[in-house]
Design a protein around this ligand. Structure first.
Ligand code: G6P
Length: 608
């Protein structure tokens, strides 16, 4: 998982590439590098470490003059982070340079063949084989050379390529890894993602699977694998360029948490018209909605947690059985999909390899897939049969907050819509659910504005070794996400448990002072969770409760209580998660962790 940027045009390439890479650091940040061509000589600088190191080494790009170049920010897969494993990779004569995102699966046999032919390899990466193969096949026509190589490599790639015998051009290609191209009056760009080039242009082309791009200073052309030129329509990106910046917050994560009221409102508002839920992009008639017998939700990480909540909400309101799978499990378990099954894939990035594979598996079995996706034009958005976008805008912090919140409300909308069409709820409940949905943004805002209380509490837990999150039903789904937020950014071991399951083993881990966060937003289960809280308290646990306003009884067993405003219990996740996000965030800040870029993690997991 890496980020690539390329530029060719009238301006100095290096500063543009560095700037673009800075906006892609969420894709990988263990090494960085770039190659810039001044028409005669190629300058290559690459280094292990953050992009900052590359910036320093090149004095912000000043030491690398030239009007065309390619750059890379790496998240290691094949070969540990090191200078030699950093991209760009090149042939012996440094006449061909390559940056790559993805994995070349058959690189070992290909490398062995080239070694037999006298090629020497200087890195442990899968990517270097592409550079050397390009050298082996290059007879002067770059497009022909690239096609020969693409026809021989297996796996996934977004590639940026430069040939010194074609000084006025850069080439790119993609299969299974994201790639966009853009054009401004000053030049042409390629990048792994839109924010990398937004500062320079809003005119963007989404490169399709197995397409090749040929960029010149003032035009770009797209080709199929049969070398046929394709006409493409550009898309105008409407995002505010500032939307991809920190806007004064200390971290992207905090900024994104504060964007949640807007994100939720933006996701809900276009789908409620005249007090009715209309989800046109669903592509299902009322009759088809009534014919759904089962829903299969597939996703990874936080999107999976949103899916777990979706199960409770869809089953509870629309009375449809729902199975939720981790996409990485679903893809290999030969899932049983029967007539009337509907598959929902949830993904922020729209590029998660396992989720994409789960979609392909479902389609192969003949089932339609609805994508709930944040990134417009992403692979999942393109491969799903229908797409319901979450309008969260670009999310930069690795730990998701606003996209997760948007996924939740997208699922609520679906559930309420299905419930009304299937007549499993009456008109009065429908109206009150809609009212509660519309109130969510203000309620989230209120919780965010009361952050001091949780901040103060979090400071006491900076030294914690283990934290447990417990809940039942939807509260269990909330616990899963609350626990993930804490552990992924603060590196404190935490686990989420269905509260009733604790006594089957985990309770033995509770010691004097262990923090247990009990989530209790479901009135029907208040008494049950209180019993579980009493059980852990008797073993010395310190109890934090997150519960509804008015649930005073919980105070008797809790050491600290955070109240959330009143809403329909089916929507409580959207509110209860806010203090838990803030808790994880402030613990991590207190520990001095790199909140936006936690170790070993990447924002978009485009490899298996
Ligand atoms: C990574 C991210 C998570 C995210 C998961 C699924 O692990 O760090 O925040 O939930 O991937 O990503 P997706 O883009 O498919 O939602």
């Amino acid at each position: 998982m890496c980020g690539i940027v390329g530029y060719i045009g009238k301006k100095e390439a290096a500063p543009i590439i560095l700037d673009g890479l800075a906006r892609l650091e969420y894709r990988g940040y263990d090494s960085a590098g770039m190659a810039v061509f001044d028409g005669e000589k190629v300058n290559i600088t690459k280094t292990v470490g953050r992009l900052k190191v590359l910036e320093e080494l090149t004095h912000g790009g000043e030491t690398m003059p030239g009007f065309s170049g390619i750059g890379h920010t790496r998240w290691a897969t094949h070969g540990a982070p090191s200078n030699s494993n950093s991209h760009p990779h090149f042939n012996k004569d440094k006449t061909i340079m390559v940056v790559h995102n993805g994995i070349i699966e058959n690189y070992i046999p290909l490398r062995n063949k080239l070694i037999k032919k006298g090629y020497e390899f200087v890195s442990e990466t899968d990517t270097e084989v592409v550079a050397q193969m390009l050298d082996y096949y290059h007879k002067g026509d770059p497009l022909e050379t690239i096609l020969k190589v693409l026809n021989r490599i297996e796996g996934s790639y977004a590639l940026g390529i430069m040939f010194t015998d074609h000084p006025g051009e850069i080439f790119a290609a993609r299969k299974g890894s994201p790639l966009i191209a853009g054009q401004s009056k000053d030049g042409c760009f390629i990048a792994s993602d839109v924010p990398a080039i937004l500062r320079y242009t809003r005119t963007v082309y989404f490169v399709e699977e197995q397409e090749i791009v040929r960029l010149g200073e003032d035009r770009m052309r797209f080709y199929t694998m049969d070398e046929e030129e394709v006409e493409k329509e550009p898309v105008t990106i409407e995002w505010d360029a500032d939307a991809a910046e920190k806007a004064g917050y200390e971290h992207f994560m905090l900024k994104e948490m504060y964007e949640q009221p807007k994100t939720i409102a933006d996701t809900i508002a276009p789908r409620i018209q005249k007090d009715k839920i209309e989800i046109e992009e669903l592509g299902l008639s009322d009759e088809e909605i009534r014919a759904v017998r089962k829903v299969h939700i597939v996703a990874c990480g936080s999107a999976y947690h949103a899916g777990v909540t979706g199960k409770y909400v869809l089953e509870g309101l629309a009375r449809i059985p729902v199975e939720v799978d981790l996409a990485s499990e679903f893809r290999y378990r030969d899932p049983i999909l029967e007539e009337g099954a509907m598959v929902i894939a949830i993904s922020q990035s729209g590029e998660t390899a396992d989720t994409l594979a789960a979609i392909r598996e479902s389609k192969r079995k003949g089932f339609r897939v609805l994508g709930i996706v944040n990134v417009v034009g992403s692979s999942i958005a393109r491969e799903a049969d229908n797409v319901m976008y979450t309008w969260a805008g670009p999310e930069i912090a690795v730990a998701t907050t606003k996209a997760y919140s948007a996924q939740l409300v997208a699922l609520y909308l679906l559930a309420v819509k299905f419930a009304s069409v299937r007549k499993t709820i009456d008109g009065a409940l429908y109206a009150s659910l809609l009212r509660d949905l519309k109130r969510l943004p203000d309620q989230v805002e209120l919780l965010l504005n009361n952050k001091e209380k949780i901040q103060h509490f979090a400071n006491r837990y900076i030294g914690a070794r283990d934290v447990f999150f417990i809940g039942r039903g939807i509260d269990y789904a909330i616990s899963l996400e609350g626990s993930l937020k804490l552990k992924e950014i603060s590196y404190i071991h935490s686990e989420a448990y269905a509260a009733g399951e604790l006594k089957h083993g985990t309770i033995s881990l509770i010691e004097e002072g262990t923090l247990v966060a009990a989530v209790s937003t479901q009135p029907a289960l208040y008494q049950k969770i209180i019993s579980n809280m009493v059980e852990v308290k008797a073993r010395g646990a310190f109890l934090l409760a997150v519960t509804n306003e008015g649930n005073r009884e919980i105070e008797k067993v809790s050491d600290y209580v955070i109240y959330i405003p009143e809403t329909n219990p089916f929507f409580a996740n959207s509110l209860a998660i806010i203090p838990l996000q803030l808790f994880g965030y402030y613990v991590a800040v207190g520990k001095g962790c790199d909140v936006d870029k936690p170790r070993n993690l990447a924002k978009s997991v485009t490899v298996e």
